[in-house]
Design a protein around this ligand. Structure first.
Ligand SMILES: C[S@@+](CC[C@H](N)C(=O)[O-])C[C@H]1O[C@@H](n2cnc3c(N)ncnc32)[C@H](O)[C@@H]1O
Length: 283
């Protein structure tokens, strides 16, 4: 896997559950999509020469070429995004920080900067000896225009308080209506833009063999906050199909694009075993 002879990259598509996987080059496939259809786009693109053994992370001659390509696919995503939609772009400041930082700056002039999320992987990855151990990745959040107000459901990403904290807060004498105060506390607190979600370990049951598979809980947070049931969600770099799995479970319609036939097969298998579970009812 990871080797994708050009001859195998002929565009084709297959329907699975609420969605469709297109096998092909994201830019070419996006070209055929209608404008303004997607409520949410989650893009986890190649990083540029971080995963040196993966052909898909090494097909640009220079940072400038990679940045030109990045601008081209972001423009294509902007065209297909709804006016109240959000585009999430994953990036890693690790080994190629100059490329990611330039990408952030360039993309913030292509679209409106909306937020920068830190994905705290909870455990460091030991990539350098000359500074602190890297532990986070970044997710740049963009909206189509400065004026536009994107859909965002903060209640969908509340984090529960533990019983001890609820007990401490309930002893606060300023709140006279204890039942109302307790009901409020039991809803939990709003998630911050630092999402602490452990990266997948080698032994994780969730892992299906893609070198940069993202945890389902991380993608769930983006999908549940930034779309409603029935909305259309796009992932132009589907990889192992994490966005598709999240959308199936959260009842969103989805479209994924992936050019490597091996990863398309991996996503399909993941979805087929999910769809075979009786508890996943179609509504
Ligand atoms: C960082 S990975 C995505 C991982 C994914 N988020 C997951 O959880 O499995 C990027 C993926 O983009 C695919 N890819 C790279 N260039 C592409 C292109 N031009 N069009 C479509 N897919 C591409 C790679 O094969 C790789 O699977």
């Amino acid at each position: 896997m990871g080797k994708s002879p050009a001859s195998q990259r002929t565009p084709s598509s297959q329907i699975l559950g609420r969605g469709v996987i297109h096998q092909g080059n994201a830019l070419q496939v996006l070209d055929g999509f209608e404008s303004g259809q997607y409520q949410l786009i989650i893009a986890d693109p190649p990083y540029f020469q971080v995963l040196l053994e993966q052909e898909w992370d090494n097909s640009w001659k220079s940072p400038a070429e990679y940045l030109d390509w990045t601008i081209a696919w972001v423009r294509a995503c902007k065209r297909v995004l709804r006016p109240d939609g959000l585009l999430y772009v994953f990036g890693q400041p690790g080994k190629r920080e100059h490329v990611w930082l330039h990408a952030c700056s360039l993309l913030a002039s292509e679209m409106q900067f909306h937020d920068m999320i830190i994905w705290d992987r909870a455990v460091g990855y030991n990539e350098r000896s000359d500074s602190f151990t890297p532990q986070y990745e970044m997710i740049l959040v963009l909206r189509p225009t400065a004026e536009g107000k994107p859909f965002f459901n903060k209640d969908a990403v509340r984090l529960p308080y533990d019983e001890k904290t609820i007990g401490v807060y309930l002893r606060d004498k300023r709140y006279k209506d204890k039942p109302a105060r307790e009901a409020h506390l039991r809803k939990g607190k709003y998630a911050t833009n630092i999402l602490r979600i452990p990266s997948l370990k080698g032994i994780s049951q969730e892992k299906v063999g893609h070198p940069s598979q993202k945890p389902l809980a991380l993608i769930d947070a983006l999908v549940s906050s930034s779309s409603r049931e029935g909305d259309l969600v796009l992932d132009p770099f589907l990889g192992s199909g994490t966005t598709a799995v999240s959308c199936e479970q959260l009842k969103r319609r989805w479209v994924g694009i992936e050019w490597d036939p091996g990863y398309v097969a991996m996503s399909r298998q993941r979805l087929e075993s999910l769809l075979a579970k009786p508890e996943l009812s179609f509504g």
